[in-house]
Design a protein around this ligand. Structure first.
Ligand code: HEM
Length: 484
């Protein structure tokens, strides 16, 4: 089915690959004025302010892009009628702070989405109990090295906010690091679902295409379960919308380097191999599955550019952990000999391996960008905050994003070989007692590396509905509402 790209917000089907971002967390005080603001940003008239970027193909890359997400509180404040509000799914309605503290009836000892202890919503700088309710998340993307735009466009937006009665609760800036890396020194931005009808750049990945309905609502799109995630929402609102989990994740870069020192010395393993076992890819992006012991030039220093020449740039995602119907004779790494069963990329996308959950149905699009300055390993603990501003997009927050966090990252029953462990990168480790199991070809097999600390701390989170352009027009045309 041909997709109406002009109706879909950009950044879902295809990444912008900009280097700078500013996320404005806004609260609305006047429903009518806020609805006019929504109308203005999709009016197609740039004189009425910066416009929301769509997924239409561009020949000349724009100087900036803009996206918008609305929280459930935002939709309420805009004046969406109760009957329509009731048609939104529970996870979105409740939001990430409430979801974090909900006990899981099946696993009372579980940690839910992992937002516990220092990651608890009470400590958040955004979206938690200690900060005002956010209604709108407006995300501005620029490429400052090419054209300095961030401050100028922010100033234009702020004028519009003032006129629309939108209060700026906080802003959150992100900036890309060299060579597509994230803090901890790994290359990111390689693996993304290829969506039916999508416009993203396709590199071979041995996985089926994700059904359009796993990411976009309405329009008769089918999801992996043969249904449509729009449910009872009016199609004028739901069509071509999707959901996003926005998360500010602080990374302990010094703690990560200390962990590499510790585990490599304790177990006599190459430091870079330890880093690769934690993630499932060498720091330069080469998957362990394709280069289990490294290859000339593979491991590289933190942030090393490029791929292992033996694997090749286009092959960086062409691997699986198990055979499947499409490749029945493929090597079965069932025990994690090449890539640990508990490695970050394997937990969060087990590909064809046998795990809890229908295969290939829990995909998410990742549009994160690091924040904070690069970490200098020679400086050790510099006390500076840095991390990842993650935006995880999907058609259903509970079945996709939350399932990843609740079951695959923070539980240990999804498949064998995980017992007693959590995701080494994003899992909530029980007070420095986390562990990762690594297979070896010597008498020590398996090695259980212990003393894994919490490497990532949640600093804030919002769940947003990201309507299509028609959906935004529908909202702008609503009658009544707060102050309206
Ligand atoms: C600060 C926190 C995080 C860091 C440093 C991090 C880092 C990475 C890196 C370096 C990759 C490999 C690059 C690639 O395959 O494109 C990756 C892949 C991935 N991450 Fe994370 N990540 C973080 C948080 C998360 C969270 C919270 C989720 C879950 C919602 C997540 C889900 C995934 C998925 C699904 C993949 C792709 C796996 C695949 O398809 O092979 N990550 N991550």
């Amino acid at each position: 089915m041909a997709l109406d790209l002009a109706d879909i917000q950009g950044n879902l089907l295809r990444g912008y690959r900009f280097t700078d971002a500013r996320h404005f967390a806004l609260a609305l005080t006047d429903g009518a004025a806020a609805r006019r603001f929504l109308g203005d940003v999709v009016s197609g008239n740039a004189r009425r302010g910066p416009q929301i970027t769509t997924d239409e193909q561009w020949t000349v890359k724009p100087r900036y892009c803009l996206n918008i997400g609305l929280t459930y509180a935002g939709l309420e404040a805009l004046g969406l009628p109760p009957g329509t509000l009731a048609a939104f799914p529970d996870a979105f309605v409740q939001g990430p702070a409430a979801r974090a503290v909900q006990p899981d009836p099946d696993f009372p000892t579980g940690v839910g989405l992992g937002d516990v202890d220092e990651s608890a919503p009470s400590n958040w700088i955004l979206g938690g109990g200690a900060t005002p309710a956010v209604h709108i998340l407006l995300s501005l993307y620029t490429e400052e090295a090419r054209t300095r735009q961030l401050e100028a466009v922010s100033a234009r937006l702020r004028k519009r906010f003032a006129a629309a009665g939108l209060t700026e609760i906080s802003t959150h800036d992100a900036n890309a690091l060299p060579n597509q890396t994230v803090h901890f020194g790994y290359r990111d931005g390689i693996a993304q679902p290829q969506i039916e009808g999508g416009t993203g750049r396709d590199i071979p990945d041995m996985q089926p295409k994700a059904p359009t309905g796993d990411f976009l609502l309405g329009r008769g799109y089918l999801n992996s379960y043969g249904g449509n995630f729009a449910g009872a929402l009016p199609s004028a609102l739901a069509d071509n919308g999707c959901y996003g989990a926005f998360r500010i994740l602080r990374q302990d870069a010094a703690g990560f380097e200390r962990l590499l020192d510790d585990w490599s010395q304790t177990w006599g393993l190459d430091r870079e191999l330890v880093a690769a076992k934690i993630l499932g890819r060498w720091r330069n992006g080469t998957p362990l599955t394709l280069a289990p012991t490294g290859a000339p030039g593979a491991p590289g220093a933190p942030g090393a550019p490029g791929a292992d020449p033996a694997v090749g740039e286009r092959q960086l995602n062409a691997f699986d952990f198990a055979p499947s119907e499409r490749h029945p004779t493929y090597f079965d790494d069932v025990d994690g000999v090449r890539c640990p069963v508990g490695a970050h990329i394997r937990r969060l996308n087990p590909r064809s391996s046998l795990v809890t959950g229908k295969p290939h149905t829990r995909r998410i699009v990742r549009r994160g960008m690091p924040y904070g300055p690069p970490y200098d390993p020679s400086a050790r603990d510099d006390g500076v905050e840095r991390g990842l501003m993650g935006l995880f997009l999907c058609g259903d927050l509970e079945l996709q994003y939350e399932f990843l966090m609740r079951v695959w990252a923070n539980q240990d029953y999804a498949t064998h070989g995980l017992r007693g462990t959590r995701d080494p990168v994003v899992g909530a480790q029980p007070r420095g007692t986390g562990s990762l199991t690594v297979r070896t070809d010597d008498s020590r097999d398996p090695i259980v590396m212990t003393g894994l600390p919490n490497l990532v701390q949640t600093r804030g989170s919002l769940y947003c509905f990201m309507p299509g352009i028609g959906g935004l027009r529908y909202l702008s045309a609503l009658p009544g509402g707060a102050g309206g």
